[in-house]
Design a protein around this ligand. Structure first.
Ligand SMILES: NC(=O)c1ccc[n+]([C@@H]2O[C@H](COP(=O)([O-])OP(=O)(O)OC[C@H]3O[C@@H](n4cnc5c(N)ncnc54)[C@H](O)[C@@H]3O)[C@@H](O)[C@H]2O)c1
Length: 462
């Protein structure tokens, strides 16, 4: 299985930019290089301090990938710059001079004693950070995205050629709808690197072994090639799985175009296809080489598909404890993708906290199964499932009611209940759900059968 943090993520930036807070907030292994370089050395000789700092950075880069919290001046040493270029993704946490000064004034940092001197140094350092940076981050959310290899930028589709990592050949896969609208832009942006364009059927039909068999037989990539998946969650799920198995695994880059895919499906490395027996029954964890998210492409998304995505946005906002659904598209996508990315980086294989992303989904799957995946869309089912999960958590459902307007569905009650009891998260016949407490989500919570049954019944009409 591919490990998500494949490279070190080196946080650089001026003192007071918030590197340490950002590094720690991700909940990933952090190495604070300053801790191993005695500050007293600086007073004796800056050159000796920088030399020691470079040794520490070199040693740390030889260890398992981590978030590296580097001293503000580390990248001024050419050797450190070279080492980082080779072994790390360098993320510049860019904060303005006023913010930095407010945070460090009055501290014992040797370079933060005099404000004028501090501001002069700030101005000198900016170009150094700019040159060293692979990614510029404004806040902790950008840092999470960078650590996960996710690039969120309006207009990114036009820059695919620069943003798809590597120099090898690319083959593009899309569905007929998306290819017709955005395929040409993607091909133009990829330029000479793109050798072929493939189509998967639109919708869930892409996620079949028949469709994948056709795709596998058409691919000509060698092991250095990259499969770029341009489309909604069906395209990215299917193409990601195709990449995970083709030549025993090649690089892939999702370029999600639906709201569902930008905030959910293309984030976190889960890929897969359906079997007649059920959805997503064959798949793999295959973390992308990069994920490129351009919220501008949502302008062509049909309204019905947007509503599908809003159900996942509301779920994410409830889990994050913030009304992320109120944000404009670009920011909404950035925040939702960052929230999921951080969780998936900490728990890539769904053993623990990643389970919270199933909030409302056990009910949703039961309703969809009872409707035999007709008549009830996933988004409608998730909206109802969120209602049930919130009611069982003793919480207000008004955000879900107002934004998603769920209506009880006409499905067979017994069939829905049977599907609920078969859910793979149940243990020894006991139902386990994700609930939302005042201080956040809890998962694997055993809930009495009668309560679950009553909550499910309330979602069913007639
Ligand atoms: N891997 C995961 O972690 C994960 C998470 C959530 C959902 N999923 C999967 O995602 C799938 C659903 O994704 P989806 O809702 O994106 O479905 P989809 O890929 O079928 O896209 C929905 C429709 O919108 C069209 N479309 C997409 N982008 C467009 C655009 N910019 N302009 C115009 N039309 C556009 C598509 O052609 C399609 O007809 C499901 O199969 C689900 O299982 C996976």
């Amino acid at each position: 299985m591919a490990a998500p943090l494949k490279r070190h993520v080196a946080l650089v930036g001026f003192m007071g930019a918030g590197k340490t807070t950002a590094a720690r907030s991700l909940g990933l292994p952090v190495r604070e290089t300053d801790a191993d370089v005695p500050i007293e050395l600086f007073a004796e000789s800056e050159a000796a301090f920088r030399a020691r700092e470079a040794e520490v950075v070199e040693a740390v880069l030889g260890e398992a990938p981590a978030i590296l919290d580097l001293g503000g001046g580390a990248v001024t040493t050419p050797r450190v710059g070279e080492l980082l270029r080779e072994h790390a993704t360098v993320v510049w946490l860019d904060a303005d001079a006023d913010t930095c000064w407010e945070r460090v004034r009055g501290s014992d940092r040797p370079l933060a004693q005099d404000e004028a001197e501090f501001r002069r140094l700030y101005a000198d350092r900016r170009p150094v950070y700019e040159r060293a940076a692979d990614v510029v981050a404004r806040d902790v959310h950008d840092v999470a995205l960078a650590a996960a290899g996710i690039h969120v930028e309006p207009g990114a589709l036009q820059r695919l050629g620069e943003l798809v990592p590597g120099v090898g050949t690319v083959e593009l896969v899309s569905d007929p709808n998306v290819a017709g609208i955005h395929g040409m832009d993607a091909q133009l942006a990829l330029g000479e690197r793109v050798r072929a364009m493939h189509e998967l059927p639109a919708g869930e039909e892409a996620k079949t072994l028949v469709a994948l068999d056709r795709l596998w037989q058409a691919l000509r990539l060698d092991r250095g090639g990259t499969l770029v998946a341009l489309g909604g969650g069906c395209t990215t799920d299917a193409a990601g799985f195709a990449a995970s198995a083709y030549l025993r695994g090649i690089d892939w880059v999702p370029v999600p175009t639906s709201l569902v895919a930008q905030v959910d499906a293309a984030i976190g490395g889960k890929t897969g296809v359906d079997l007649p027996q059920g959805k997503n029954l064959v798949g793999a964890f295959h973390w992308p080489a990069a994920t490129i998210v351009d919220a501008n492409v949502l302008q062509t998304l049909p309204e019905q598909q947007r509503r599908e995505g809003m159900a996942e946005v509301v779920k994410t906002g409830l889990l994050a404890g913030e009304p992320l659904w109120e944000l404009p598209d670009g920011e909404l996508v950035r925040r939702c993708a960052a929230f999921k990315a951080a969780i998936c980086l900490r728990d890539p294989h769904d053993h623990d906290e990643r389970k919270q992303l199933n909030l409302g989904h056990t009910f949703a799957h039961a309703l969809e199964a009872a409707a035999q995946y007709r008549d009830v869309t996933h988004g409608q089912a998730v909206a109802l499932g969120l209602q049930a999960a919130l009611r069982l958590s003793g919480r207000d459902t008004s955000a879900v009611d107002e934004l998603l307007k769920p209506r009880p569905v006409h499905v067979d009650r017994e069939r829905a209940w049977e599907a609920m009891r078969r859910d793979k998260k149940n243990v020894d016949g006991e139902l386990r759900l994700v609930l939302l407490d005042d201080d956040g989500p809890r998962w694997d919570v055993p809930v009495p059968e009668a309560d679950v049954r009553a909550a499910l019944d309330a979602l069913i009409a007639g």
